[in-house]
Design a protein around this ligand. Structure first.
Ligand SMILES: [Ca+2]
Ligand SMILES: [Ca+2]
Length: 351
């Protein structure tokens, strides 16, 4: 099993695979040319997936169990110039003057290949092959994604930033289906007009994404390690927000009573990305019908009527709450990730 540290082992799952497909993708930095180095750095990764079980069931059903794991190493800490500012040191501001390591420069950014990331996921999938006008696919995934932050609170303690990745979704459920709605009539005209509709749907549920509680004020209000870089995390009295309702997210799930400021010169005990934001639930539907049009060409011409409804249940897809203790809206959700319900109707002539 992989672990953090210098000689990190690749995730070895092949020996646990019962049968069937196992693929591995390994790419090593192939070249030393500077122009290709950044690209090569991004490619230093190992990806493993194991197809653990596939079983056909009655009724055209297929059950799948898959393990997905990836271990990425030496990813770039920043895109292009920038990255980590190494021209700083903890305690610099304690004397009231920001001297920096080299006072001739403000920041000295370094984009380096120091970011590691790791993912483990188990996916359970059930699907029905298209038959008699109906097919569906549904999957539940439990996963864990960890990585380092591109910018560390304490530049001499990068290990402190190992935590859930911003894209870490612990639980995910997805389902899609196609249904050709059966309709029969003795009247050819009625069947032509009302029959042949196809309904498609996709539903996604995901648990919340991580965030940290920080303070953006400058020293001495925040910037607790006094290195001239603010945005340091604060001490928190609780990390489990429970299961707030939509109204509670909007009203605020964190208050001043939930955090305290570390003593000047020290950093908080709050691990990175320890909080979880609102979950996500969405359903989109579409329906369409083709009307054949008599034509002499090789292809059958047709008129297609279609309708699409996005966010059918008109859910407010809440973003993460404001996590800056210096903000007037601290603890409250003030934005959404997606639009409210949208309906589109259209017609196409295909020939
Ligand atoms: Ca100083
Ligand atoms: Ca700081």
């Amino acid at each position: 099993m992989a672990h953090r540290g210098g000689g990190r082992a690749r995730i070895a799952v092949a020996n646990r695979v019962e049968n069937r497909a196992v693929f591995r993708q390994r790419r090593a930095c192939p070249a030393r040319q500077p122009a290709r180095r950044a690209k090569a750095d991004e490619q230093r990764r190992v990806h493993d997936a194991a197809h653990l079980l596939e079983r056909a069931l009655p009724g055209a059903l297929v059950l799948d169990v898959n393990y997905i794991g990836s271990s990425s190493r030496h990813l770039l800490s920043g895109d292009g110039p920038g990255g980590e500012n190494y021209n700083r040191f903890a305690g610099d501001l304690l004397d009231g003057v920001l001297d920096r390591l080299n006072p001739s420069f403000s920041t000295v950014g370094l984009a380096e290949s120091r970011i590691d990331a790791r993912y483990h996921g188990l996916a359970l999938q059930a699907s029905r092959r298209y038959r008699n006008g109906f097919a569906f696919q549904t999957a539940y995934t439990v996963g864990k994604a960890m990585d380092y932050a591109g910018v560390a609170e304490e530049v001499t303690n990068l290990e402190r930033e190992w935590g859930p990745a911003a894209y870490d979704i612990r639980h995910s459920f997805k389902m899609n289906a196609i249904w050709e709605i059966p309709f029969h009539s003795d009247s050819k005209a009625i069947e032509y007009a009302l029959g042949g509709w196809q309904l498609n749907g996709i539903t996604v549920y995901q648990s919340g994404s991580p965030f940290s509680v920080t303070c953006s004020l400058a020293y001495p209000r925040c910037d607790f390690n006094a290195d001239g870089q603010t945005g340091d995390r604060v001490n928190v009295s609780r990390t489990d927000l429970g299961s707030p309702t939509e109204a509670q997210w909007l009203a605020g799930v964190l208050t001043a009573a939930d955090y305290s400021l570390p003593a000047t010169g020290t950093l908080a005990a709050q691990p990175r990305n320890v909080f979880r934001g609102p979950g996500y639930f969405n359903t989109d539907l579409s329906f369409l019908k083709n009307f054949p049009v008599p034509s002499r060409g090789m292809h059958q011409a047709r008129i297609q009527l279609r309708g699409e409804v996005f966010n059918v249940f008109n859910k407010a897809h809440l973003a993460n709450p404001s996590s800056n203790t210096a903000s007037a809206t601290f603890g409250q959700v003030t934005s959404v990730r997606r639009d409210p319900r949208v309906v589109q109707l259209g017609a196409r002539f295909i020939f």
